[in-house]
Design a protein around this ligand. Structure first.
Ligand SMILES: *[C@@H]1O[C@H](CO)[C@@H](O)[C@H](O)[C@H]1NC(C)=O
Ligand SMILES: *[C@@H]1O[C@H](CO)[C@@H](O)[C@H](O)[C@H]1NC(C)=O
Ligand SMILES: *[C@@H]1O[C@H](CO)[C@@H](O)[C@H](O)[C@H]1NC(C)=O
Ligand SMILES: *[C@@H]1O[C@H](CO)[C@@H](O)[C@H](O)[C@H]1NC(C)=O
Length: 335
């Protein structure tokens, strides 16, 4: 045993010496070449990590889909969805790409072999996950939509393709939610303030916004009687620069909170996928125009020939532009 050990050590030592001298010789003789190889390797690594996985200037649609489509039968998926997926359409010149999450199988086994996003907080859960996943490599332009985008708008997919290049955030919906108080069915028994208002305040704090000052600018005593007005239902176009208006830490704080079982109190605990309290998702729905649009909570109602005219955001002759909605009249919905 002792002898064998000694022999093995001798052999190892011999190989080591040969290798050491071999590598040193190559390095010394070819010092310039070696340097080039090493430099090129690092340069390539750096430029590769820099390269975006998205096509330049291509709109990327991120839909919040749960079981609104038959995952087993992709051929039955709606046309707008199939048009943006390589699975169906690998035309390089297609007008948009779709990034599809599934919310059913954490292991992404077939037929759910798409990236997984937990089924929490309706669409907000997906939107936050996408921003969290891709913060450092976002597409130039994004459209966040529900699984049935046409429910809230005439032509949401087309509208997003009509948005002017100087616009960083725009709703693609044409339903107006005007002058709604935050007050909702479920108050916190400790202070009688609606949990949705409290959740909204907490969400704004992740982005460095003073929720009280922002949501209740006139200092109403009953805080949750303060008002918001906005286009309905959280379907919007946004450019990456506007998402980068906030830091990765700020978005991760919001994303992390989306994974917690409740927003402010066990009373607003959500049962994912089931009916019931939805403070987090509902609050976000009425905060996107503040966070990403940098608008006041109580936005002015769109009016022709004023700066609130939606036509400022769209190329007017483009099919799907909400300029037409201005002509036809925005649909109003009261609380
Ligand atoms: C690569 O990334 C760095 C740091 O984010 C950035 O300054 C630089 O402009 C990028 N280069 C290219 C070619 O995108
Ligand atoms: C791909 O999508 C574009 C845009 O919707 C459409 O015009 C085109 O016909 C599609 N191509 C195929 C092969 O489905
Ligand atoms: C909450 O409102 C109810 C009904 O208006 C009232 O009876 C109760 O005293 C209030 N509680 C607090 C803590 O203000
Ligand atoms: C979010 O959660 C991750 C994982 O628990 C943690 O590492 C990170 O610090 C959290 N970020 C923020 C901003 O809270």
């Amino acid at each position: 045993m002792f002898n064998t050990g000694l022999t093995n050590r001798k052999i190892k030592c011999f190989i080591f010496v040969i290798l050491f001298f071999g590598i040193s010789m190559i390095a010394f003789i070819n010092i310039q070449t070696s340097k080039d190889i090493v430099c090129n390797f690092f340069l390539r690594t750096i430029s590769n990590t820099n390269q975006s996985q998205w096509r330049k200037n291509r709109l990327v649609i991120v839909p919040a889909v749960h079981n609104e489509i038959d995952w087993h039968k992709p051929t039955t998926w709606p046309q707008w969805l199939r048009d943006g997926l390589d699975l169906f359409n690998n035309s390089l010149s297609r007008p948009y790409d779709v990034y599809l999450y599934q919310r059913l199988d954490p292991y992404s086994k077939s037929p759910f072999n798409w990236p997984y996003c937990k089924n929490v907080h309706e669409e907000a859960g997906v939107y936050l996950k996408f921003i969290y996943d891709f913060y450092y490599d976002l597409p130039d332009k994004m459209l966040f939509v529900h699984a049935k985008p046409q429910q809230h708008s005439l032509y949401p997919i087309e509208a997003a393709q009509c948005i002017r290049d100087d616009v960083y955030y725009a709703s693609v919906n044409n339903i107006w939610f005007g002058k709604r108080p935050w007050i909702a069915a479920n108050p916190d028994p400790i202070d009688n303030i609606t949990l949705m208002y409290k959740c909204a305040k907490r969400i704004l704090s992740f982005f460095g916004i003073d929720g009280e000052a922002q949501l209740n600018p006139t200092d109403l005593k009953q805080k949750d009687m303060s008002i918001y007005s906005t286009m309905c239902c959280a379907q919007f176009y946004v450019r990456k620069e506007r998402i980068h208006h906030y830091t990765y830490e700020q978005w991760s704080a919001a994303y992390n909170a989306s994974l917690e079982p409740y927003c402010t109190s066990p009373l607003d605990r959500e049962r994912p996928g089931l009916p019931g309290v939805k403070s987090f998702g509902s609050s976000f729905e009425f905060l996107w125009h503040i966070i990403l649009g940098l608008e006041a909570p109580d936005m002015p109602e769109p009016r022709a020939k004023t700066t609130s005219d939606l036509c400022h955001l769209f190329r007017s002759s483009c099919f799907g532009s909400l300029c037409n909605a201005m002509v036809n009249g925005i649909r109003r919905s009261s609380a």
